[in-house]
Ligand binder design. Structure first.
Ligand code: ZN
Length: 253
């Protein structure tokens, strides 16, 4: 029963995340009319604004003009609902569930905005650092020192790599947004997870980059955003960091 509540709660938050995804980068782009159809500009009625359900009932089309509604809406709602369920099953009805769900929700918004705009909004990452540090004082999964070192390591290490890259190749490889994102990941998950996130993010990012080069024949210089890969690495670290570290230490001898 509570699992179903966590799915519904997740879908509702997902609906809110869709609004954030459109409105946060608004400062740099055109004004976005949030609850209007992008084709006919008709306002969307409340009964057509139910997460996941409305998209299915309307078969992905606007009620007024039959223009197609972006698949991003149900995708973000579905992924957020699933994340809520999985975290609820892991942490149960607890503050930890709420903190990690807020963390994953922030990563979802960052991923989609980074994919569209190649920016990571400070409005999420910087408050996220504060929330993560505060959470470490309350929840049992992490202590404050671990969280603080995570922020310093996350912010510091990528800053060093980004500066070196710029100095060597005379162009920006990683944005300042990635540095702040990694500091936020450090705040929520601790310093070990930061190292794991950089390794996993770079690995998955490189493999994806090679696939894009092979399939589309694009130059390696064609920048692909790093934020989504760091986010994915962080989610893997959230669930499996202990298992991966134990496995690594055993493997090492
Ligand atoms: Zn329409």
């Amino acid at each position: 029963m509570l699992s179903i509540v966590s799915i519904i709660f997740g879908a509702l938050i997902g609906s809110f995340l869709n609004v954030c995804i459109f409105r946060l980068p608004k400062e740099e782009s055109i004004v976005w009319p949030g609850s209007h159809c992008t084709h006919c500009n008709n306002p969307i009625k409340y009964y057509d604004n139910i997460p996941l359900v409305s998209y299915l009932l309307l078969k992905g089309r606007c009620r007024s003009c039959k223009g197609s509604i972006s698949a991003q809406y149900p995708l973000v709602e579905g992924i957020t609902a699933l994340a809520s369920l999985i975290l609820f099953m892991r942490f149960g009805p607890s503050l930890s569930y709420l903190f990690y769900f807020a963390f994953v929700a922030a990563l979802i918004v960052i991923t989609v905005i980074d994919l569209y705009h190649q920016i990571i909004p400070d409005l999420i990452s910087i408050p996220g650092i504060g929330v993560g540090l505060l959470a470490s004082l309350i929840i049992p999964q992490i202590n404050f020192l671990d969280s603080l070192i995570g922020v310093l390591l996350g912010g510091g290490s990528l800053f060093v790599v980004a500066t070196l890259y710029q100095w060597l190749f005379k162009r920006e490889g990683m944005g300042g947004g990635d540095v702040k994102l990694l500091a936020m990941i450090g705040a929520f998950l601790g310093w070990k997870a930061v190292i794991l996130t950089i390794l996993l993010g770079s690995l998955i990012g490189s493999i994806t980059g090679i696939i894009i080069v092979v399939l589309k024949g694009k130059d390696f210089k064609y920048a692909i955003p790093f934020g989504p890969f760091l986010s994915l690495g962080a989610v893997i670290a959230l669930f499996y960091q202990n298992e991966i570290i134990t496995w690594y230490l055993q493997y090492k001898g």
